[in-house]
Design a protein around this ligand. Structure first.
Ligand SMILES: Cc1cc2nc3c(=O)[nH]c(=O)nc-3n(C[C@H](O)[C@H](O)[C@H](O)COP(=O)(O)OP(=O)(O)OC[C@H]3O[C@@H](n4cnc5c(N)ncnc54)[C@H](O)[C@@H]3O)c2cc1C
Length: 388
């Protein structure tokens, strides 16, 4: 438990046991001056193995971690030990470099499941790039999310973008800075006046999208040029900005000097969102629960769903609290319910809200991609018994 078994700097993968956290992997890279970046999730405290098996994701090129599994060692209920991919080949020099099996691939049986205890896992990491660009696209109005998503999809189809993008709405990113009572004195969802105030305060729009580019400077700048062209043609109302980093003396970018998830830098800052709806007197304990639906990467579908989800959330007296992970063909649409877990009304409201969202999702043909165990019973009807 908790050991980093191997780091292969050339082939860019790590082999770890359960319990090794993202912070520990990143510290290991820094202490050993390895030119590798770990694709960290928003909170660095989780385990690499747990996050991978839960189909978690980071924000760099290898962020869609389940698709970057090299191999696994699994103890089966029978007590037998199974090794997947090329690790099943005795003495294979590509044991952790290639997940291919000969015949059916069984890795998927151990993701979000209880069919075995995974005791070791190999996952790919990123090679520290020569340059890195952090890009922000600010879109002023609610309905702008539709053309924004279609713009991101076009950029992916053209081969310009390299990793997934994150779109958050205004109260989501405002929650990382201050609790709601500091932003609005009245109860209930944010008023149009507060939304306008927050846009000005954070110099942003209702939606903020973060994207990133990696690689040799010339390529990064060429990709950036095309992003500017497509954004100014498709969504001229958007404001786009970047921060560019280049390694010194021919070395790769040193991400320990950058405060960005998109550069694989672990943090605990986003945990602040859990305290967003706590009372002004300092009492209570922050928590959050969410539904994360899989939607197609199509602007109109996402906007139509957002309006439905917003209505359901506002009926419960809470803000739509959205983190939208944009992958090339699909979107993980996170709707947070942020609450005070010492408050029974908040807890009941959360259960009711998640049930309502999942009922509506089922009507629309969407399902959760991962779920709290408490809501598994509501997620399973989203999938047809016939096809499960
Ligand atoms: C504010 C906030 C932001 C977050 N942002 C992100 C984000 O950006 N990206 C993201 O991916 N997640 C995110 N999360 C979710 C959280 O970080 C992940 O749930 C966490 O990384 C999972 O790690 P863990 O150590 O808690 O896993 P665990 O809870 O230990 O494991 C998760 C699951 O993996 C399986 N599992 C674990 N160990 C084994 C084993 N040895 N054998 C077999 N199966 C096993 C089990 O099914 C288990 O339920 C966020 C959470 C919060 C609160």
């Amino acid at each position: 438990m908790k050991r980093i078994i191997e780091v292969n700097e050339k082939l860019a993968y790590i082999v770890v046991e359960p319990g090794v956290t993202f912070f520990e992997v990143c510290n290991h890279f820094a202490e050993n001056k390895m030119n590798l970046w770990m694709s960290v999730p928003a909170l660095g405290w989780g385990s690499v193995l747990g996050n991978t098996l839960d189909r978690g994701h980071g924000y760099t090129i290898s962020g869609n971690r389940q698709h970057f599994i090299g191999s696994m060692e699994v103890v089966l209920p029978s007590g037998e030990v199974l090794r997947t991919g090329q690790w099943a080949v005795p003495n294979s020099p590509s044991a952790h470099a290639c997940g291919n099996s000969f015949g059916p691939q069984v890795d998927g049986l151990f993701l979000q499941s209880n069919l075995g205890i995974v005791t070791k896992i190999a996952v790919a990491v990123d090679i520290a790039p020569a340059s890195f660009m952090d890009i922000k696209i600010h879109c002023p109005e609610v309905d702008d999310i539709a053309p924004l998503i279609d713009t991101l999809q076009q950029l992916d189809r053209e081969g310009i973008t390299q990793s997934h993008h994150m779109i958050t709405n205004i109260n989501h990113f405002a929650s990382h800075d201050a609790a709601k009572h500091q932003q609005q004195s009245t109860q209930g969802p944010l008023t149009p006046e507060t939304v306008a105030y927050l846009k000005e305060k954070y110099n942003t729009g209702y939606w903020r999208c973060v994207a990133a580019l990696y690689g040799p400077k010339d390529l990064v700048l060429a990709r950036w040029k095309r992003i500017q062209e497509v954004v100014s043609t498709n969504i001229p109302f958007a404001r786009i900005e970047n921060t560019f980093y280049e390694g010194e003396n021919g070395q790769p970018v040193d991400n320990t000097k950058i405060d960005s998830l998109y550069a694989g830098v672990p943090t605990m800052n986003p945990i602040k969102l859990a305290d967003y709806n706590l009372p002004a007197d300092g009492s209570g304990a922050g928590a959050h629960i969410d539904t994360t639906l899989i939607l197609p990467c199509e602007g109109a579908t996402v906007l139509a769903w957002f309006h439905k989800a917003k209505a359901i959330m506002e009926l419960e007296g809470v803000d739509p609290f959205i983190g939208c992970h944009v992958f090339p063909k699909y979107i993980l649409f996170v709707q947070e319910y942020v609450f005070d877990k010492t408050n029974p009304k908040h807890r009941q409201g959360g259960r009711k809200l998640i049930r309502s969202l999942l009922d509506e999702a089922r009507e629309n043909g969407f399902a959760n991609y991962r779920s709290h165990i408490q809501h598994m019973g509501k997620v399973s009807p989203c999938l047809s018994e016939r096809w499960m």
